[in-house]
Design a protein around this ligand. Structure first.
Ligand code: TYM
Length: 320
């Protein structure tokens, strides 16, 4: 049995990249493993936010995770487990400014006017992971740098103050670990920052999904090959198809002679993957989702409080 953990930030609407990069991989492994899935609402406040929107998106993300089949041992909102911020501070005391500053998140969005929390964000993420004695963190490729930081911080803490934390590893799917924007395949598909036409949202209507896929940027080579460097748009479509069907992008490429045919197949596959999620989402009772989240938080605190206690003791605090 492994201890798996992952998190989703409610900064925007969930999209196909989230589904293929992280949701499906953790759902596939949740049976028989101790699984923790969190809506990381505190992370969503590292950039300017609107309180009402944060609340709405937190519930939307929670609902979409349940509708996608998440049945985790622990499923909760990060802010309902105060041990996350408690451990965050302890870990800040073993992380250098330089380490935090090098992280991609701050490099891309940071500056002297940005929120201080954006700089320390990866340390909160390390706390999320270490709190649960996690072995593996299923994430998309963009998050692997943060897992490396988590490993360094855990190892440093263990070396300085005695073995306290399990050292986790990040795992990304073989294909679709970095789904690109359909309109701009040089850019990652994201909740924020990607184009409206280039990001497929999990709650997009089937016709909208079809339209977005049919308008995806390809190239003028007119051959279907899996070659991310030379044919990024076509390769992205093949990766999406592979992520949806469980086949390999290279194997799938041979089935298509035209970009139109490939796009039709991708549109069909995405609509089929998303349809049951949308159906289940429409049937959810928000009151029930809130109850589930509250129960999940209570359960998580049982594990989390033990870890924080261990860390406080190790670092030299007087225990009450
Ligand atoms: P977030 O909310 O940006 O993304 C959630 C998950 O979706 C993956 N993902 C993608 N995968 C493939 N292609 C894409 N275009 C794509 N876009 C997003 C992400 O890699 C991620 O796995 N910092 C994290 C949230 C977090 C977390 C954690 C994750 C906070 N604490 C602890 C794991 C463990 C984030 O911003 O993810």
């Amino acid at each position: 049995m492994s201890r798996l953990l992952t998190g989703f930030k409610p900064t925007g609407h969930m999209h196909l990249g989230n589904l293929l990069g992280a949701i499906r991989p953790i759902v596939a492994r949740q049976d028989g493993n101790r699984t923790t899935v969190m809506i990381v609402d505190l992370h969503a406040m590292t950039v300017p936010h609107t309180p009402a929107t944060l609340r709405e998106l937190s519930m939307e993300v929670a609902g979409l995770l349940l509708a996608s089949g998440v049945d985790a041992s622990q499923f909760y909102l990060q802010s309902q487990v105060p041990e996350h911020t408690e451990l965050h501070y302890l870990l800040e005391c073993v992380t250098s400014y330089g380490e935090a500053h090098r992280m991609i998140q701050f490099k891309e969005k940071g500056g002297s006017g940005s929120r201080l929390a954006l700089l320390t964000y990866p340390v909160l993420m390390a706390a999320d992971i270490l709190l649960h004695d996690t072995d593996e963190v299923p994430v998309g490729e963009d998050q692997l740098q943060h897992i490396e930081l988590t490993r360094s911080v855990a190892q440093r803490f263990n070396n300085l103050y005695g073995t306290t934390f399990a050292v986790p590893k990040g795992v990304s799917p073989l294909f679709a670990a970095r789904v690109m924007d359909l309109s701009d395949p040089a850019r990652k598909m994201g909740k924020t920052g990607s184009t409206d036409t280039g990001s497929i949202r999990l709650l997009d209507e089937p016709e909208v999904i079809r339209r977005k896929v049919m308008r995806a940027v390809t190239d003028t080579l007119s051959t279907v090959h899996y070659d991310p460097a030379e044919q990024p748009g076509v390769s992205n479509l093949l990766s999406i198809l592979a992520g949806c069907t469980g086949r390999t992008p290279g194997g799938l490429a041979g089935q298509f002679t035209t970009y139109g045919g490939l796009k039709e197949a991708v549109a069909d596959a995405v609509v089929e993957v998303v349809r049951p999620i949308q159906e289940r989402y429409a049937e959810l009772d928000p009151g029930q989702v809130r109850k589930e989240l509250a129960a999940g938080a209570e359960q998580a605190r049982e594990v989390a409080s033990v870890t924080v206690r261990r860390a406080k003791q190790a670092i030299g605090l007087v225990m009450g």
